[in-house]
Design a protein. Structure first.
Lengths: 539, 623
């Protein structure tokens, strides 16, 4: 029951917003913040009460907050939701990131009622996907996220927003159709003809027909690879990110990409263990290509947001390397494979926090200068030291510096995967050098050198260099403190990160550091579930 | 009871500087006024704690990663670590004192000392780490903070770039440590550093290769050496800390620590020995050709650490440790002197530093003693430690290379000494890099003097009893130093020093020509670290990504649209055309059927007659 409330609470808040027209302007954002905060509090309560257990638990047993209701009995599809060590961290990440985006949106009251309702709807879709234990339910929520994100990009994006939104929608929707084909294959291959994930994982279908199992895995893998995204199905990502609003990008990279990787651990690995083992090396290779391709292409970008988008391809590649290595049962012992799986799961959380922060920070650039082009910016550490510090912290976190969550993830992926796939892992390790290079070069270009801030467009009526930000209260009125920001000419000043922007970004970075220094809080939950996945795959 | 005290001390040794560093960084410029004093207090505390842990030899572990042995953060102080923590803490304290007086009054001190303390904490953790998570955490944080320290004056063009290059080069080496961790897990089933030498099969070789790459990168050995040249962009106190007892020393420490692993492979120990010896030789030659004093010291640092790497390769742990400690004192003293001259005289170009030692006699004397120690002059420290290493190098080519490198140290040290001790002409063009203050503060002189005394005093390591005491601390056995070797080494160093001083004084043109040669510009080592190849790969990949991969996607979309248009055309043209054609045919037929119905009776009669005629004809024919 509690889990249902967690999943549907944002949707109820969205309905409330749409039903009460009086909740316009900032009030709508505050309703959004309140709903997201309440939801996060409930997730925190769930976490507090959750007992991860000892050894390998989760996936096929020890599911907490489980609800299983009849829905479409003819095909045995039900409203089956529950929580284990795989989903709980991602539910929490969803709660955190959506709350951060809600706080962020205080600075950007652009049709706030519709925006808040849309994001709340999207939050329900994301939470539902992570909580679902039934393939049809999973698929429905999965597709709803695509619909929600389409409207976020098309409605609140900029430049070629409609075109990018359409590309995003069509590409990922076609991917989800492949997923549906795979799900139907699982249904038809299962002995008891069910869409229930727990039943399917407990009694894997298609064990005696490797060809059919391989084809079903191919369909599911294609669908998830588009979403993750993996090389070569990633080209919708940079376009969608470049034209999406900052909060939309943060959700897209932070949560929606995880739906893909989550699908691999929740569905592909436990339900098709034979096929996963057989094709694990392909997964590893695709992962490593994504790592290197994402890193190198990101290095060549001239646009901040495209660069961050490609680093997501790189980071998700590590996840696949870890999950693929977990399937190489013959080559590595159980401990190493479990560690690789733990790393992959940790990477999902770490990447969500850090990339979310990076995309929100890139939104600062857009709001001040209406461009993400590296050429247009320079020396920002002078006028905007807080922005510089936050960007540097997020960049170092994202390049995998120890002390941040992503190090815990990548270290475990590498150490766990080396035994199973030494060559692939050594190649993948070089990826962290390329990402280090690209982030340091980006910092150098944006933060040092002669100060350059692009002049904002003529359509801007405001005189604070904060064009389009029409909220009266977000104008600098503190006098001396913002004297530099009041000058209009380019190459002078930029308003530093302030108020809601700080409130949204700082908690994400603090969490990324806490999870980097005190990983036990998260590992205690993840490790049993990862051990369970590694065991189920080895069947 | 003392165990828990030592454990607490070990934890505090790392956490005290780390916590204060973070606090200073978060507080920002508001803490500028107290940052220096706070840092001095923290490093005093760290030195006291280091002394406690060196005596107590505690172990400490904190929960971190799970599943396997060694996933936790493990720290411990054994003999080697005891020497290193005291060394690092002492050098940290002295360089912090120097930084307090050397930084300009308006500097962003909170940021400086914040990173400085974080760096110190990372180095202290590195030399006490017992598990891979702890080692990598400390090791990489040290690299990242060195980036921030080298690029401290980011406002000056190019300085942050030097930091970037240093970080990327050392991180390229760090990749080796990630691989080692994986090899440890695969080969030993755990992540404990000490178990590494017991790894089985190919994992042993992979681990040794990873350790070598990591150590060579961090210690600026060939082929990674050039980053240390750019690292001289950092403020002088940073150079004094990074390039004496920390950072570059970390690679040497790592190899001394993993010596059993290197020995177990059979090839890695030899590779390390040669990498160190060749670095000592090549970087020594580069040092001779430097005109900028800091660049000279940078090259010399890589060269002197080369002897430590050589020692690790041949198993001379005691000699290598002695060299590490002695070099730290010598080089920190010289960097403090160089930094003080730069602040006072506004230059670090050797020709312009003519007579610098005479202008400020206190620090000049300290620099001279440190310089003589660097030259390997008896009875000073590096003479003794270098011989301690070469004594175990056999008598083959390795020893020859080592001796040649030792001679080169005497040559470049002579170059410094000859110039700074010369009588100033009074027309040296000063202040070419920054306006000098013409003042060397007393604390700076005091720091340099302490370093110089240590640098001289460690010559006692030539005495077998003293060397034996160090061996006892480290728990190793070393070959007794051969008095003949000591004599030969000493004579060679003195001769090389004398000849070089004469050449530098009498034939400055020879020196200038040498400086303009390829050695002066680091013989292309900088080009080795060029990012250009990576950028080419990146641009090609990006173009492929855009044109080919996304091109296919766009092509599919276009094809679908075109096919849809074709279907639409077919739909309107063929399918709907057929419908419309049928309709048209019926309309025409209808129209045709209407035509005879004119309403005129005579025409109907004619039609009736024609009809009857046709019927008759039909009946006639058909019958």
């Amino acid at each position: 029951m509690l889990l249902t409330v967690v999943v549907l609470l944002p949707l109820a808040a969205a309905a409330l917003l749409l039903a009460v027209p009086a909740l316009a302007g900032r009030a709508a954002i505050w309703v959004w913040i309140a709903a997201s905060a309440a939801d996060l509090a409930l997730v925190a309560w769930m976490w507090w009460r959750y007992d991860p257990g000892q050894g390998a638990t989760g996936v096929v047993g020890n599911l907490a907050y489980e609800v299983d209701l009849r829905w479409i009995p003819t095909v045995d599809a039900g409203y089956h939701i529950g929580v284990d060590g795989l989903s709980l961290p991602l539910l929490a990440l969803t709660g955190v990131l959506f709350l951060a985006c809600a706080v962020w949106s205080l600075r950007e009251p652009d049709r706030p009622r519709a925006q808040a309702a849309l994001f709340l709807f999207l939050q329900t879709a994301c939470l539902g996907t992570f909580a679902a234990l039934d393939l049809i339910l999973f698929f429905v929520f999965f597709d709803l996220t695509i619909v929600g994100m389409y409207f976020v990009i098309a409605g609140w994006g900029h430049d070629h927003a409609r075109r990018s939104a359409l590309k995003f929608f069509l590409y990922t929707f076609v991917g989800s159709l492949a997923l549906l084909v795979g799900f139907i294959g699982l249904f038809l291959g299962s002995e008891e003809r069910t869409f229930d994930m727990v039943a399917l994982a407990a009694n894997p279908p298609l064990t005696d027909s490797p060809l059919a199992a391989g084809l079903v895995l191919l369909a599911i893998g294609l669908g998830l690879a588009v979403k993750t995204p993996l090389f070569p199905f990633h080209t919708w990502l940079p376009d969608a990110h470049t034209d999406a609003p900052a909060a939309g990008s943060a959700i897209l990279a932070g949560i929606l990409l995880k739906l893909g990787t989550y699908g691999f651990v929740r569905i592909a690995m436990p339900i098709l263990p034979d096929a996963w083992q057989r094709w694990a090396m392909v997964v590893v290779v695709v992962g490593v290509i994504s790592v290197l391709w994402g890193a190198f292409v990101a290095l060549a970008q001239t646009n901040v947001k495209r660069m961050i988008a490609y680093t997501s391809v790189n980071h998700m590649g590590y996840v696949l390397l870890g999950l693929g290595a977990a399937g190489l049962v013959g080559q590595a012992d159980a401990e190493a494979r479990t560690i690789a799986t733990v790393g992959a799961l940790y990477q999902m959380v770490g990447h969500g926090l850090l990339t979310g922060a990076l995309f929100l920070l890139s939104g600062v650039l857009w709001s001040r200068g209406r461009t993400y082009a590296f050429d247009s910016w320079g020396g920002l550490a002078r006028p905007a030291p807080v922005f510089a510090a936050l960007l540097a912290v997020a960049a170092f976190g994202s390049l995998g510096l120890p002390g941040f969550a992503s190090f815990i993830a990548e270290f475990q992926i590498f150490t766990g995967a080396l035994q199973a796939a030494p060559v692939a892992t050594v190649l993948a390790v070089t990826g962290i050098l390329v990402t280090a290079g690209l982030f340091l070069v980006a910092l150098q270009r944006l933060l040092t050198g002669p100060t350059a801030v692009p002049s904002v467009g003529e359509d801007s009526g405001s005189d604070d260099g904060d064009a389009g930000d029409v909220a009266p209260s977000s104008r600098p009125t503190e006098g001396g403190a913002t004297a530099t920001a009041l000058r209009r000419r380019p190459a002078t000043g930029m308003r530093d990160v302030h108020g809601p922007e700080l409130g949204a970004v700082v908690p994400l970075l603090v969490l990324a550091v806490l999870l980097g220094l005190f990983p036990r809080a998260l590992l205690d939950v993840i490790e049993p579930a990862a051990a369970a996945v590694a065991q189920l795959v080895a069947r | 009871m003392s165990g828990s005290l030592g454990t607490t001390a070990l934890g505090a040794l790392v956490l005290l500087p780390a916590a204060l560093g973070v606090l200073l960084l978060v507080t920002g410029r508001r803490a500028d006024r107290v940052a220096g004093q706070a840092a001095v207090l923290a490093t005093v505390g760290a030195l006291a704690l280091a002394a406690v842990t060196a005596g107590d030899r505690p172990r400490l572990s904190a929960p971190f990663l799970g599943i396997v042995r060694g996933g936790e953060l493990g720290l411990a102080v054994d003999g080697l670590s005891a020497v290193l923590v005291v060394l690092v803490a002492a050098v940290a304290l002295l360089t912090t004192v120097f930084a307090v007086v050397d930084l300009p009054p308006d500097a962003a001190r909170a940021r400086f000392f914040g990173y400085f303390l974080l760096f110190i904490a990372a180095m202290l953790a590195t030399v006490t780490a017992t598990t891979f998570p702890a080692l990598l955490l400390a090791w990489e944080v040290m690299g990242a903070t060195s980036y921030a320290l080298i690029g401290y004056r980011w406002q000056d063009p190019g300085k942050l770039n030097d930091g970037t290059r240093a970080f990327l080069t050392t991180r390229a080496g760090d990749l080796g440590l990630y691989v080692v961790a994986g090899a440890a897990l695969a080969g030993t089933g755990g992540l404990v550093l000490r178990d590494l030498a017991t790894a089985d099969g190919g994992w042993l070789d992979l681990a040794a290769a990873g350790v070598l790459v990591a150590a060579l990168g961090k210690s600026a050995q060939l082929p990674f050496s050039a980053w240390i040249s750019g690292a001289m962009s950092g403020p002088s106190p940073v150079s004094a800390l990074l390039h004496s007892a920390t950072m570059v020393a970390a690679g040497g420490y790592l190899l001394l620590r993993t010596q059993p692993l290197l020995a177990a492979t059979g090839w890695a120990a030899t590779a390390a020995a040669w990498a160190g010896a060749l670095t000592a030789l090549v970087l020594g030659a580069i040092a001779v050709a430097q005109r900028d004093l800091k660049q000279l010291l940078a090259a010399s640092t890589a060269a002197q650490i080369g002897f430590v790497i050589l020692a690790a390769g041949i198993g001379a742990t005691a000699g290598g440790t002695g060299q590490l400690v002695a070099h730290a004192a010598v080089k920190a003293g010289l960097f403090v002197a160089t930094g003080s001259w730069l602040t006072a005289l506004g230059t670090k170009q050797l020709p312009r530093l003519r007579g610098a030692a005479r202008r400020y006699p206190g620090i000049g004397a300290a620099a001279t003693v440190a310089g003589l120690a660097l030259a390997g002059i008896p009875p000073l420290s590096l003479w003794a430690t270098k011989e301690g290493i070469l004594a175990e190098a056999g008598s083959g080519p390795l020893r020859m290379v080592g001796l040649a490198a030792a001679v080169l140290s005497a040559v470049y040290a002579a170059k410094i000494i000859a110039i700074v001790l010369a009588r100033p002409t009074g027309v040296e063009p000063l202040d070419d890099e920054e306006p000098g203050t013409r003042r060397v503060p007393v604390p700076a002189t005091a720091t340099a003097v302490v370093f110089a005394i240590t640098a001289a005093g460690l010559g006692a390591l030539a005495v077998p009893a003293v060397a034996g005491a160090l061996e006892d601390v480290l728990g190793v056995e070393a070959q007794p130093v051969d008095p003949g070797g000591l004599l030969v080494g000493g004579v060679l160093a003195v001769a090389a020093l004398a000849v070089s001083v004469v050449v530098v004084r009498a034939r400055p043109a020879v020196v200038r020509d040498f400086e303009r040669g390829p050695l002066g510009s680091w013989v292309g080592l900088r080009r080795l670290l060029s990012p250009a190849p990576a950028m080419v790969v990146a641009r090609v990949a990006a173009a492929l990504d855009d044109r080919v991969i996304d091109g296919v996607v766009r092509g599919v979309a276009r094809t679908v649209t075109q096919a849809a248009a074709a279907f639409a055309r077919a739909d309107t043209g063929v399918v709907d055309g057929a419908v419309r054609g049928t309709a048209r045919a019926f309309r025409r037929a209808g129209a045709a059927a209407r035509r005879p119905q004119t309403g005129l009776l005579h025409q109907y009669y004619v039609q009736a007659v024609a009809g009857v005629g046709v019927l008759l004809a039909f009946l006639l024919i058909a019958r």
